[in-house]
Design a protein around this ligand. Structure first.
Ligand code: PMP
Length: 438
């Protein structure tokens, strides 16, 4: 047990204890085991700036969580703050639609090479709507998705298992009942058997949902597999949905669609594009987005909405503050031909390369995998203690372990980060947590 860490976070722990009776928060029980219970809490923080956060004990950390990947420019980035403040002085009411929503939709479709876009409050909501419109338009009901992906908390996508005979998702999470999973097929990501299955069952499958590069496994980038899926879905009236909630506006303004040169039918976005405020976007081809409002029509003539529409709604969709933050985010991202993202990607890649050289020479069981500015440590067995050691040394990584480099992670911050990682590894050895380097 890491007594020093427990001591360092004593106010965070006292706060957590104080409110546990009232405040139900699963992050405060993540990874619970009786031997480790003194270190089971999530950091409580009310101060952040640039690449740093401070906990309520006053400790400063290099933040590698960065709002679960929603903060790309750094905490409290002043152009985003100003855009929000400016909007606050005008209106932050919902009811009538903000003029910013139409403007943002137009800019998003241009930036992502899609035809239409609709706004929601979270990635989960965007995924839910994308599946609904896929089913409405194709008039089919099954969906295919892949193990290892995370698509948020929509019930038909929450499973840890499948039936090996039928490939149907199996009940494995309390409250997610089998009947909710009965239209969900699950395959290993990149597995050829899924392609045959989709072809065989083309008349029943409405959508294939992929997280093109899974945040939990960023080194797997199966471009050829995705191209095959694109071709099969295109030929068989199946919607190909790219979940770009993490990769969108991070790997490139055009996301994986642009990078891999694959055009999906529907794409979901969230996180980065909200500039730190809650957002979920469904974008894509007219054929599918028209299921939201019946499609294009004009005043002053005989035209009418011709597509059959389904139902979507939400009190806080198109929230003016989120629209303002998002517009400013897009403006910054598209400046200079998207150079900002290119720079962050290169900086992350160089950092990961240097760390992997260090690991290979000193701790060969450890490594880092990355995709653009998302990275993860690979920490077998006892090396999992690295996260607590990093926390002790002032590096904040959340329970899900996805790490993000932002524009605020300057060369100087990254140099400090590298020192802290090296020190943490050495301490694991010195403290006897790992026995040998090899
Ligand atoms: N899709 C992906 C790929 C995600 O990483 C996430 C969230 N981490 C979601 C969907 C769900 O987004 P939200 O948490 O905003 O509901």
């Amino acid at each position: 047990m890491n007594h020093k860490l427990s001591q360092k976070n004593r106010f965070t722990k006292a706060h957590t204890q104080n409110y546990r009776q009232s405040f139900a928060l699963n992050r405060n029980v993540s990874g619970f085991n009786i031997q480790k219970k003194e270190l089971i809490y999530t950091i409580v923080s009310d101060k952040s700036d640039g690449a740093f956060i401070w906990d309520i004990d006053g400790n400063k950390y290099i933040d590698l969580t960065m709002g679960f990947g929603s903060i790309l420019f750094g905490h409290n980035y002043s152009p985003i703050c100003k855009a929000i403040e400016n909007q606050l002085t005008k209106s932050w009411s919902v009811g009538p639609i903000s003029p910013l929503a139409g403007i943002l939709a137009k800019q998003i479709t241009t930036a992502t090479n899609t035809e239409r876009a609709a706004f929601f409050n979270s990635g989960t909501e965007a995924i839910m709507v994308s599946l609904r419109i896929a089913k409405a338009v194709t008039k089919k009901k099954y969906i295919v998705f892949f193990k290892g992906a995370y698509h948020g908390t929509f019930d038909p996508l929450l499973t840890l298992r499948r039936d090996e005979q039928t490939n149907i998702a199996k009940e494995s999470i309390p409250g997610i009942t089998q009947s909710i999973l009965n239209e969900s097929y699950v395959f290993d990501y990149g597995a050829e058997d899924s392609l045959d299955f989709i072809k065989k069952n083309k008349d029943d499958i409405a959508a294939v949902l992929v997280e093109p590069v899974q945040s939990r496994n960023p080194s797997l980038q199966p471009i050829e597999f995705l191209k095959k899926i694109r071709s099969i879905t295109e030929q068989n009236n199946i919607a190909l949905i790219f979940d770009e909630v993490i990769t969108g506006f991070r790997i490139d303004v055009g996301g994986c669609q642009k990078l891999f040169n694959i055009q999906a039918d529907i794409v979901t976005y969230g996180k980065v594009i909200g500039g730190g405020l809650p957002i979920g976007i469904v974008a894509g081809k007219r054929k599918f987005l028209d299921a939201i409002d019946g499609g294009f029509w004009k005043y002053g003539d005989q035209s009418i909405p011709t597509a059959k529409s389904t139902f979507v709604a939400g009190t806080f969709c198109h929230h003016p503050l989120a629209m303002a933050a998002s517009l400013k985010t897009l403006e910054i991202l598209t400046n200079n031909n998207g150079q900002l993202l290119k720079d962050i990607n290169i900086r992350t890649s160089n950092f990961c390369h240097r760390m992997n050289v260090f690991f290979k020479e000193n701790f060969p069981k450890l490594s880092i995998v990355h995709f653009g500015s998302l990275f993860r440590f690979v920490t077998p067995g006892k090396y999992k203690e690295l996260y607590n050691q990093l926390l002790l040394n002032g590096v904040y990584i959340w329970e899900g372990k996805n790490c993000f480099i932002s524009a605020a992670h300057s060369d100087d911050v990254i140099a400090k980060l590298e020192d802290k990682i090296k020190l943490s590894c050495k301490q694991l050895l010195d403290n006897g947590i790992i026995k040998t380097r090899a």
